[in-house]
Write a protein that binds this ligand. Structure first.
Ligand SMILES: Nc1ncnc2c1ncn2[C@@H]1O[C@H](COP(=O)(O)OP(=O)(O)OP(=O)(O)O)[C@@H](O)[C@H]1O
Length: 260
């Protein structure tokens, strides 16, 4: 750990500091502004939904918060670290799961856990302990030597989510984690999300399923790179006079220009 990290870490752990803080965060590609000055804060243990139509700027914003893309304007910190100056420190404190970044299909369940444990820098004894705990929690103990490629998609998603948490990150970023599975399997996945948030991990999630927006503590909706709405599901429905989050979303997305 560098001197700078050593001095900042206790500050990052302070209960009063938001886990994610963004102020006027922007990203332009040439003349095109993909993220246009977004400001918000997310607290420890909060489930924060990040919604928007295709092309609204969600992935770009998320990549900046993960320390993968340098902002062209504004500022943000994640787990107390600056996205511009300390991206490597951020990468060590976050978990990330998307449909694209998945597990190795030709490795077994146990081999995948061991591999990612190594990537996250965990020691062998810690990986062994985590593997047992994780397989027990997921009810996957009997499948530990099964190739991941032969597991149902819902199981793969749960395993990928748990693997993203192996190194006890402060925040886990989930990019459309439940795509392609049925509502019951999605609901089971959300049980895991709730358990994780209850342990104090912040969950930042993008989804195209508007019923899932109802499960979040707070939801933000991006339109053309801006955050046009931010609040609890109940508060947003009240604000927009809508019966469902789907109606809130349609109300806002209807005026969007940047649609893919
Ligand atoms: N590297 C890039 N160069 C130029 N334009 C880009 C680049 N990356 C993203 N964009 C543009 O920025 C806009 C926002 O893209 P982004 O992927 O962030 O949207 P999104 O909300 O995540 O959409 P989706 O739900 O489809 O993933 C789009 O118009 C996209 O074409």
């Amino acid at each position: 750990m560098s001197q700078a990290e050593a001095t900042r870490a206790p500050v990052a752990g302070a209960a009063a500091l938001p886990v994610i803080w963004a102020e006027g965060l922007s990203k332009s590609f040439g003349a095109f502004t993909a993220v246009d000055g977004i400001s918000f804060q997310v607290e420890a243990g909060e489930i924060f939904g990040f919604l928007g139509a295709n092309g609204a700027g969600k992935t770009t914003a998320m990549r900046m918060l993960c320390g993968l893309l340098t902002p062209t304007g504004g500022a943000a910190t994640v787990a107390g670290f600056d996205v511009r100056r300390e991206p490597e420190a951020i990468k060590r404190r976050i978990g990330y799961m998307s449909q694209k970044f998945s597990l190795y299909e030709d490795l077994t369940v146990r081999e995948n856990i061991r591999f990612y444990g190594g990537v996250y820098g965990l020691r062998t004894a810690a990986i062994r302990a985590k593997t047992g705990e994780l397989l027990g929690r997921l009810g996957l103990a009997t499948e530990r030597d099964t190739l991941v490629g032969s597991l149902p998609l819902g199981w793969k998603q749960k395993l990928a989510f748990s693997v993203a948490l192996l190194h006890d990150p402060a925040v886990v970023f989930l990019d459309e984690p439940t795509g392609g599975v049925d509502p019951i399997t999605r609901r089971q996945f959300w049980d895991l999300i709730y358990e994780t948030a209850a342990r104090g991990v912040t969950v930042f999630i993008t989804t195209h399923y508007l019923d899932e927006a109802e499960y979040c503590d707070r939801v933000s909706i991006m339109v053309d790179g801006r955050l046009d709405a931010l609040g609890t599901p109940a508060g947003l429905k009240q604000q927009f006079g809508a019966a469902t989050m789907n109606d809130v979303f349609l109300h806002l997305a209807r005026g969007a220009k940047n649609r893919e």
